[in-house]
Design a binder for this molecule. Structure first.
Ligand SMILES: [Cu+2]
Length: 181
């Protein structure tokens, strides 16, 4: 609830900034613009371009390490193939090929899990939601391709996997659960 109020405030402030900008622009164009105004505008646009470039490169520098690819040199503790199809997921937990062991398969907590996600028919998505309902990772499930998704579950609980790619009439029921313990 706290964060919702914060987001609303940020949204309203940005909205106000946009309104004020448009007001400024509409006022500044009331008088016909002589050539020097156009020259000034082009110069300002050039400055803005470089400011934007600098801001973007600074942001890139500080956020680059947050990319999930930085984990790629770690060896996963467990590899789990996942096949998506209309309208379910086939999660192939290791060591559960022969049915009837009586034990429900689960994912170990605090270990690097590598999901190898593919599809048997059309494009789907494999999105993992925490027990609280927050999305924590997702990857496309595509026929003919194996997409790798590495996740470390830091909290035990029942996680959900949902399809986020509209794939047909029953797309909304395409859901499964994974127990982490
Ligand atoms: Cu779907």
């Amino acid at each position: 609830m706290q964060s919702q109020k914060l987001y609303l405030t940020i949204f309203l402030l940005i909205g106000l900034l946009i309104v004020l900008t448009f007001r400024y622009i509409s006022r500044s164009t009331k008088n016909p613009n002589p050539e020097w105004v156009v020259k000034k505008a082009y110069k300002f646009r050039g400055i803005l371009f470089y400011v934007q470039m600098i801001v973007l490169f600074v942001l890139l520098f500080f956020t680059f390490s947050m990319l999930p690819y930085s984990k790629s040199n770690e060896t996963p503790n467990l590899v789990i193939p996942v096949d998506a199809m209309m309208f379910s997921f086939d999660i192939k937990y290791p060591g559960t090929d022969s049915a009837g062991t009586g034990q429900k398969p689960y994912i170990p907590v605090n270990q690097l899990i590598e999901f190898r996600v593919s599809s048997k028919d059309v494009n789907h998505d494999f999105a993992i939601y925490s027990p609280k309902g927050d999305i924590i990772a997702q990857v496309q499930a595509m026929p003919g391709y194996v997409n790798v998704l590495r996740v470390k579950f830091t909290e035990p609980g029942v996680y959900s996997a949902l399809c986020l790619e509209y794939c047909g009439m029953a797309h909304q029921i395409m859901k499964t659960e994974m127990e982490v313990k």
